[in-house]
Structures are given as structure tokens and as C-alpha cells.
Design a protein around this ligand. Structure first.
Ligand SMILES: *Cc1c(COP(=O)(O)O)cnc(C)c1O
Length: 322
């Protein structure tokens, strides 16, 4: 589905004499819909197809990138997505994603709480749908980011960039950061992953990403008959602000800094992670910092053109826009 390797760039205007800032352009995984979910969906949708699934069920916030990515890619693979969606703060970006969901033919099942969402998911699983958990962060989805870490290791080997001391990435459901930390450890790299928490509760996210990294590192090490390495992972919850989907001042500043160097960021995930990367450049102490860019930069107009505007959304769906 995606095109690899995604390129790595140095950002000279944001680097310091002793600290280089790099970016891994996973926004460019695909022109259809890119970002970090593509790598996970390659494995998940392949598994769904291999099991003969025609329908997929997944869950996310009403403006979720994961729901949109899954809807677009499931459609591309000839499968239908039922998305159980829960409330989220209403922003222009959230509305655009929701409209693109509808334009891509995603069947939206509104749920006012996660408990109701669980019941709706169970109903679908019982009628034979293939279940993809929130953010695609099952072990299978996480393994995709072990491979992404290996991709970066080869870029280091061919001299595209020096081995990063730190990789900074947003922590939503955990698969991306966990897979990277496990992959760097399996590749015997020194790189430490800084996972910037954007969802809540942050203590649970920290637990979840660590246990996912340890279990995937263990599984892969056993498969390859190599000693189980210790993933290097730091969880940074200082950029969360008022919570999932709430903009922060640091994020708004990072968004405009990103725009100056040609990176399009969003306020829920990537602006918070980029703010953390910029602060680490200021603090120093690491020679090479790599910000892993996870937001799709593919245009959405082909999906949003003709999709209903906010006022025309079903009232149960409008009720999820806080
Ligand atoms: C989903 C998402 C993330 C978080 O990735 P996880 O693997 O869920 O932690 C980061 N950035 C963007 C833009 C996303 O859509």
C-alpha cells in the first residue's frame, strides 16, 4: 500500500551548531492517504483478507485519523468499514476528517461512551466483522513499526543520516512508539524513543506503550533466536495540555514553525510532538534528534467534495462533536 523508504531530511534552519534536527517523512507513506496508519494497515488488512473478511469494524474518536485511514484503505482493498465513533472536541480538522469518512463510504456508528462503543463492536464481531483495535495498535499493527525502525536503520547504514540519539514521536494508542523502540533495540541501535503523550489517561498510556514495546521486542527476538533486548523508551506527558484534542500554546507555536519548514502539522498529535522535539533541540545534550512525522499530507478533497456539511450530518453524529 505504501511507498518505502520514506525520506529523511535535515532541518538546517531549526538545527543548532551542536544539535541537528531531522525529520522522518511518514506523512508521505502514500498519496491516497499517508501518515503512520498506512504501515499498520498493510499488515492488518492483509490479515483480514487472508481470513476472508468482507467487513471491518474499528473504533476511534469522531475525527480520528485511524478511522479515516482504515476507511480509505479498506475500500481500496474491497472491504467495508463500520466505524464505532466516540465524542471529540469539534475543530475544523475534526469536521474535515468526518466528512472525508462519509465521502469514502465509511459507515459511522455513533456511541456516546466507550462502554456503548464496546457493545456495538461486539455486535459486529459476532456477525463476522474483522476487528481492528483503536489506532491499529495490536501486536500485529505494532510489528509494522518494528519494520519502520529497520527501515531507518538501513538509512543510517547507507549514510542518509547519523544514528539518532533520540526519536521524538506522538503517543496516541502506542503502536508507533512501541514498535520503533522495540525495532531500534532489536537493531542494537543506541536510539531512545521519546513518546509524547497526546491521549489520556497518561499513566495508562505510559504503561500501555511500555508493555507493548516489551512484548513485541520479546516476540521478535524469539522468532529471530536472538537475546531479548531492552527497548529504550521515555514517555513525556508534559505536552498533553487539557487533554486529547485540546490545542496547547506550545502546539500552536510548533504548528507555525512547522509550516515555515514545509511540514503540515495537526494540533491533536503532531504539533505536540514537534513542540517536544523543538524544546529538546534548545536544551541540547543530544547531537541528533529525529522527529518522526506521522500525519498524512495527502489532500482530502477527493473525499470531502460532495460529502455533507456539518448541518447535514445525522443528529446522532452531530451530537458527538463537543
Ligand atoms: C494515530 C496517530 C498518532 C499516534 O500513533 P499511535 O501508534 O496510535 O500511538 C500520531 N500521529 C498521528 C497524526 C496519528 O494519526
Amino acid at each position: 500500500m505504501g511507498t518505502y523508504p520514506t525520506r529523511v531530511e535535515r532541518l538546517p534552519s531549526l538545527s543548532r551548531p551542536t544539535v541537528s534536527l531531522w525529520v522522518k517523512r511518514d506523512d508521505l507513506t502514500s498519496d491516497l492517504y499517508g501518515g503512520n496508519k498506512v504501515r499498520k494497515l498493510e499488515r492488518l488488512l492483509y490479515d483480514a483478507r487472508a481470513r476472508g473478511a468482507r467487513r471491518i469494524v474499528t473504533v476511534g474518536a469522531v475525527g480520528s485519523h485511524h478511522v479515516l485511514a482504515t476507511g480509505i484503505w479498506a475500500r481500496e482493498q474491497g472491504m467495508q468499514l463500520d466505524a464505532v465513533v466516540v465524542p471529540q472536541l469539534k475543530t475544523a480538522h475534526v469536521l474535515e476528517n468526518l466528512r472525508a469518512d462519509l465521502g469514502a463510504g465509511v459507515h459511522i456508528l455513533p456511541a456516546s461512551t466507550y462502554l456503548r462503543a464496546a457493545l456495538r463492536i461486539l455486535e459486529r464481531i459476532c456477525t463476522g466483522s474483522y476487528y481492528i483495535p483503536v489506532g491499529g495498535s495490536s501486536s500485529l499493527g505494532t510489528l509494522a513499526y518494528v519494520d519502520a525502525a529497520r527501515e531507518l536503520a538501513s538509512q543510517v547504514r547507507v549514510g542518509d543520516l547519523p544514528e539518532p540519539d533520540v526519536v521524538v514521536v506522538a503517543l496516541g494508542s502506542g503502536g508507533t512508539a512501541a514498535g520503533l523502540a522495540a525495532g531500534f533495540a532489536l537493531e542494537a541501535m543506541k536510539t531512545c524513543v521519546v513518546a509524547v503523550t497526546v491521549s489520556e489517561p497518561s499513566w495508562w498510556m505510559a504503561h500501555r506503550v511500555r508493555s507493548l514495546a516489551a512484548s513485541v521486542a520479546g516476540r521478535e527476538a524469539r522468532r529471530l533466536r536472538q537475546p531479548v533486548p531492552e527497548p529504550r523508551l521515555v514517555v513525556d506527558a508534559r505536552y498533553l495540555g487539557a487533554g486529547y484534542g485540546y490545542a496547547t500554546e506550545a502546539g500552536v507555536r510548533a504548528l507555525s514553525t512547522g509550516a515555515d519548514v514545509g511540514l503540515e502539522l495537526d494540533l491533536t498529535y503532531t504539533a505536540k510532538a514537534f513542540a517536544a522535539a523543538l524544546d529538546r533541540v534548545e536544551v541540547g545534550g543530544a547531537a541528533n534528534i529525529l522527529y518522526w512525522h506521522t500525519l498524512s499530507s495527502a489532500p482530502l478533497d477527493r473525499w470531502t467534495d460532495g460529502a455533507p456539511v456539518e448541518a447535514a450530518l445525522a443528529s446522532e453524529v452531530r451530537g458527538l462533536l463537543l
